[in-house]
Structure formats: C-alpha cells, structure tokens
Design a protein around this ligand. Structure first.
Ligand code: ZN
Length: 190
C-alpha cells in the first residue's frame, strides 16, 4: 500500500507466491493501465475480464502468471519465488543457500540475517539442525536497519526450540554465553 509500482514483476511474483490476496491483486490490475504494454493486448484483456470472485477462474491464475514470468522476465534467483514466510526442508529449493546468500549478522549459531547475492533481498534465516528445516522470513528495509543498528530482531523465531543454544553449549565454543558468542561470531570478518 502506498508503495511505488516500480517493478511490476516483483508485484506479480508477490501474488504468484501467495503473498498478495486476490482482491488486492485484482485492484492493482485495474489501477495499473501500463500492464497492457507489459502483457500485450491478449493477456491484458484476459486479466481485466477475469471474474476474480469465481474461484474456478482464479485457481489457475498464479500458474498462468508464473509461466508468463518465466518466459518473459528472466530472474536471477529463486528467492523471489519464495513466500514472505517460508519453511523449506533442507536439501530442497534452498540446497544452495550457502552459495546464493551472504551472512550479514548472526544472532545465534542458527539464526542469521542473510542477503541474496543476486537480487539483494534480505531474509531472517533459522536453521533447525535437529528437524533439518530452514525457516525464512523476508525482511523490510526497516527490519534490516533495526537488526544492524540496534540488534532488534523480529520475534518470528523466538519460540523455535532448536535454534537457541542450550546452556552449556557455549563452553564448547570457548564462549561464556550468548552475548559473548555474538561478540565473537555475530558479524563476519570485514
Ligand atoms: Zn534473490
């Protein structure tokens, strides 16, 4: 809301991945006549004449748009396709997490602020080594600034059991406690 429509592809992906409600997407389609240029007359007509109240008509729309995007707007990374809140089993889509992202700051050995090396998006990553899951939360500029400047992290993963070192764990890493660990490991070497 109130955001510049600088990148229609970003808006389309947001809907395709399930982060924009259908009514909001419908309104954006009606409010954005420049989409006719982007899509061409046939696809544009299809979009503005769709009955967005009819689930039978809208059910295939995300797949249809995804195919269109894949064909017409080349993307550099997978992360634009991920939901704002995503849980991925390790080894699935995020298998290359290490190669495609850089760690900007760590809260615990298993909670990191990361940035996509391709599109620049910021994510809050929780690595559950016990259940072998990745949890990802897409971050806003404000959230990133709060983490970097004031060490204020979103509460999203506060209750995840396996991403907080148990007491006693730190001794193995030559640290006294979490504060000490963050001091030593929280930020990668410049
Ligand atoms: Zn990306």
């Amino acid at each position: 809301m109130g955001q510049p429509l600088s990148d229609p592809a970003e808006r389309l992906w947001k809907f395709v991945r399930g982060d924009t409600p259908t009514v909001e997407f419908e309104q954006w389609v009606y409010d954005t006549p420049t989409l006719e240029q982007l899509f061409g007359p046939d696809m544009y007509l299809e979009l503005i004449s769709l009955d967005y109240r009819d689930p039978m008509e809208t059910v295939r729309l995300p797949d249809r748009l995804r195919s269109w995007l894949d064909e017409h707007v080349p993307r550099d990374c997978e992360c634009i396709t991920w939901q704002d809140k995503e849980k991925n089993p390790e080894g699935y889509e995020t298998a290359n997490l290490g190669a495609d992202f850089t760690i900007l700051k760590s809260r615990t050995p298993w909670l990191d602020l990361i940035q996509c090396l391709h599109c620049g998006s910021h994510w809050y990553l929780a690595t559950d080594t016990v259940d072998a899951d990745y949890y990802l939360l897409r971050l806003t500029e404000e959230q990133v600034a709060a983490i970097l400047d004031r060490d204020e992290w979103p509460k999203q993963f506060d209750d995840l059991e396996h991403v907080w070192p148990p007491p006693g764990w730190f001794a193995h890493d030559d640290c006294r406690d979490l504060d000490d660990w963050q001091e030593k490991h929280g930020r990668p070497e410049e």
